[in-house]
Design a binder for this molecule. Structure first.
Ligand code: HEM
Length: 197
């Protein structure tokens, strides 16, 4: 876990610094734009996750952790319709998910994001007056259960990390998940340092 955190920390920092979600002047319209972009990344990613054959092997129930339903709830709360949502662009350059290790690396990034989400949730509430019921469900993640859910995820990851050859797969995939999301959200920025592994 320590290696994973260290190996991805520069990409995490880059993404965190570019996201305007904690800016004092972030408007509702700008927030909605980011929700649309997150939907455009998570919808095709989670559709792909559902088709993977590695779930029984890692023994992890992702069903209740899906982020797309939370994004849909927020988009509807902020006035989008099923028709408008279907017209949003979807990311075409998703991380490669062709092994158990690659799935674990990708899950590390999307589950870890719920930790930062807790800070964003407080900000959305104080700045835009949003609650999880009125447009802030995605960043609220698992609400009060977020810490517990993260611990359970980490336990699963440790149990499945296996031999060191797989560790490289996990690290590379975590970095690729950060990079593909970063490129999707901020296409005009250069590819983060280190390039795609
Ligand atoms: C403004 C945006 C964000 C903020 C303020 C933020 C903040 C944080 C904080 C405070 C933690 C816990 C710190 C710790 O335990 O050391 C964390 C962990 C994490 N965040 Fe973020 N984050 C943001 C966006 C993201 C995004 C967009 C992703 C990925 C999609 C992400 C992925 C992760 C991961 C994987 C971890 C777990 C690190 C570990 O303990 O191994 N974060 N973030």
């Amino acid at each position: 876990m320590k290696r994973l955190k260290e190996a991805t920390s520069s990409r995490h920092a880059a993404l965190e610094s570019r996201l305007p979600l904690l800016d004092a002047d972030m408007s509702r319209a700008r927030y909605l734009q980011f929700l649309q972009l997150f939907w455009g990344y998570y919808e095709p990613l989670e559709a792909q996750l559902q088709t993977l054959p590695y779930w029984p092997a890692i023994n992890f129930d992702y069903a209740g952790r899906q982020k797309t339903p939370r994004l849909l709830q927020d988009l509807h709360a902020l006035g989008e319709t099923p028709e408008s949502i279907q017209s949003f662009a979807r990311c075409q350059h998703l991380p490669t998910l062709a092994s158990k290790g690659q799935l674990l690396g990708c899950l590390y990034v999307i589950e870890g994001a719920t930790l930062g989400g807790q800070i964003i949730t407080r900000h959305l509430n104080s700045n835009l007056g949003l609650t999880p019921l009125t447009g802030g469900a995605f960043f609220d993640g698992y609400g009060a259960q977020t810490g517990e859910q993260w611990k359970a995820f980490c336990a699963m990851l440790r149990a499945n990390a296996g031999e060191s050859a797989q560790h490289d797969d996990i690290l590379a995939s975590a970095n690729q998940t950060f990079e593909t999301l970063d490129q999707w959200l901020f296409p005009s920025y250069p590819t983060p340092k280190g390039g795609t592994p």
